[in-house]
Design a protein around this ligand. Structure first.
Ligand code: MLC
Ligand code: AMP
Length: 476
């Protein structure tokens, strides 16, 4: 049964559950989690913001629950983030300490997370409007921005998702997604804790790990399209998922052939849902409704959507006409940390959030996501990557005179990052390594093309649409 409390951990306070969370080879009972988290909460009470190196480990789960108990904001840091990215996240967020594991070169204090510690002191419920997480996500330009997610928004987002999928404490959620984004962390960990369902985190989202999780009783599976397309390539693993109740795809467009193949191999028609770091999940097909390939469904409970043309006018809901998708609802973020300019820019004057996605809506209210308004936001393997952030790093390499980064179509990753670079004194591998040394691994270009010049319009602006239209297949 779902509780309506605004506490994102509300249901985790129920009876003990011996296998509440399995992460890799470790199983934690609800008592283990709350006891260890309680002990941590006692030590960090009074802190404002803490950083957690978001490795898929029991310590990460305990660090997060402990912070939520204590009302301390968590800043999840991607474990593979390079020094430049990490430094930005730490300084922008003002994190006061690391909880648990910390990078070797850190200057911040480190508070150990003791998985076997226990404390049962009760903590007053923090204000529902307080910020539970600052999640860093890429924009079209500049460094990633910190998305402020309140406790109230998380509770509303999880409850709406649970209602759409009839997700209850009888389910066993399984996934292996990273714990520093909305999909794996908020929907995939906070969701299970609030609904009170068990969670199997497979550490990596490989086909074999998902098949093993199905054999271990997984009923509800989360994946990004790259995960699903790899699963359908491995027929034996895919068939093992046939015992599940729901297979859910999100974070990027699920190609129709992958949707069809999932249905063939598992006998289950996938659920598709749409969300963002800023909005959590807002649109989804429903367990009791139509699941149409290529479409992401209906607004979830409490969400309203609309389409706007370039002049701000209404776009008809005829299933064909496309417009900028705008949303509002109780699960939206509270703004970008330290960025009043970007926060203001993200909303319309009448209070709708501009997603930056282009969509169509049919007469029945079903949504189809057509793409992004800007070529500067790339989705690769379900990760959102800003072209500008990579261009800045490339331009910092000696000899690079110009750089333009685009996402080109890729059957495995949806889009792959390709950098077009003008200059001399370097080769492709050197530049890829240079990006990897500064930013997260998944932000490395898959390809660097060294060119004589970049196509520019009369104003001198690089014409990325021309670069993105390049259909040269990936170098293998
Ligand atoms: C990567 N590799 C490279 C490289 N890029 N090597 C050389 N050059 C490059 N340019 C390496 C990787 O480090 C990896 O090494 C290997 O190549 C394979 O990389 P890959 O093809 O990227 O695969 P993998 O690492 O298996 O990752 C695929 C994936 C991952 C699907 C598991 O992309 C993933 O976890 N995606 C989930 C993203 C996500 O959670 N998004 C949600 C955002 S929230 P090695 O040694 O490691 O094998 C959101 C809101 C919402 O969107 O609605 O949900
Ligand atoms: P992120 O900020 O990583 O949360 O990425 C959010 C973006 O992912 C959205 O703005 C969309 O562009 C994309 N996205 C998420 N879910 C879907 C989906 N089901 N279909 C197509 N695109 C999606």
């Amino acid at each position: 049964m779902l509780l309506t409390s605004l506490d994102p951990l509300a249901v985790a306070r129920g009876d003990d559950m011996p296998d509440a969370v399995r992460i890799g080879d470790t199983t934690l009972s609800r008592t283990d989690i709350l006891g260890a988290a309680g002990a941590l909460a006692k030590r960090i009470g009074g802190a404002r913001r803490v950083a957690v190196l978001a490795t898929p480990t029991p310590a990460t789960i305990i660090a997060i629950v402990g912070s939520l108990l204590a009302g301390v904001t968590v800043v999840p840091v991607p474990p593979d983030s390079g020094p430049a990215e990490r430094e930005h996240i730490l300084s922008d967020s003002g994190a006061q300490a690391w909880l648990g594991q910390a990078p070797d070169d850190t200057t911040l204090p480190v508070v150990p997370v003791r998985v076997h510690a226990r404390d049962w002191h009760t903590h007053p419920e923090p204000n529902p409007s307080s910020i539970a997480f600052v999640l860093y996500t890429s924009g079209t330009t500049g460094a990633p921005k910190g998305v402020l997610l309140s406790r109230r928004a998380i509770a509303a987002g999880v409850d709406a998702m649970a209602e759409a999928w009839d997700w209850t404490s009888k389910d066993v959620l399984a996934h292996g997604l990273p714990l520093f984004h909305v999909h794996g962390l908020i929907l995939g960990v906070m969701g299970a804790l609030r609904v009170g369902s068990r969670l199997i985190h497979t550490v990596k989202p490989t086909p074999k790990a998902y098949a093993d999780a199905a054999r271990a009783g997984g009923t509800l599976f989360f994946g990004v399209p790259t995960v699903w397309s790899r699963i359908v390539e491995d027929e034996e693993s895919a068939r093992a998922l046939g015992t599940a109740r729901l297979l859910v795809s999100g974070s990027a467009a699920l190609p129709v052939p992958v949707f069809e193949r999932m249905r063939e191999l598992t006998g289950l028609t996938p659920i598709e849902r749409y969300g963002m770091s800023e909005t959590m999940l807002t649109i989804s097909t429903r367990v009791d409704g139509e699941r149409r390939p290529g479409w992401v469904g209906l607004p979830v409970r409490g969400v309203e959507t609309r389409l706007r043309d370039e002049r701000g006018g209404d776009v008809p809901h005829d299933g064909e006409s496309i417009g900028g998708l705008q949303v509002r609802g109780p699960m939206l973020f509270d703004g970008y940390l330290n960025r009043p300019d970007a926060t203001e820019e993200a909303w319309t004057d009448d209070g709708w959030f501009k997603t930056g996605d282009v969509a169509a809506i049919d007469e029945g209210g079903f949504h189809r996501i057509v793409g992004r308004e800007s070529t500067d936001l790339i989705k690769s393997g379900g990760f959102r990557i800003g072209a500008g952030e990579i261009e800045t790093v490339l331009l910092g390499y000696p000899g690079v005179k110009e750089a333009a980064v685009v996402g080109l179509p890729d059957t495995d990753l949806g889009q792959r990052i390709v950098a077009f670079v003008v200059g001399d004194g370097f080769d492709e591998a050197t530049l890829i390594e240079h990006v990897a040394s500064q930013l997260s691994v998944h932000k490395r270009p898959r390809e660097v093309r060294i060119v004589e010049s970049l196509p520019r319009n009369a104003m001198g602006k690089v014409q990325k649409k021309l670069l993105a239209a390049d259909s040269t297949p990936p170098a293998s």
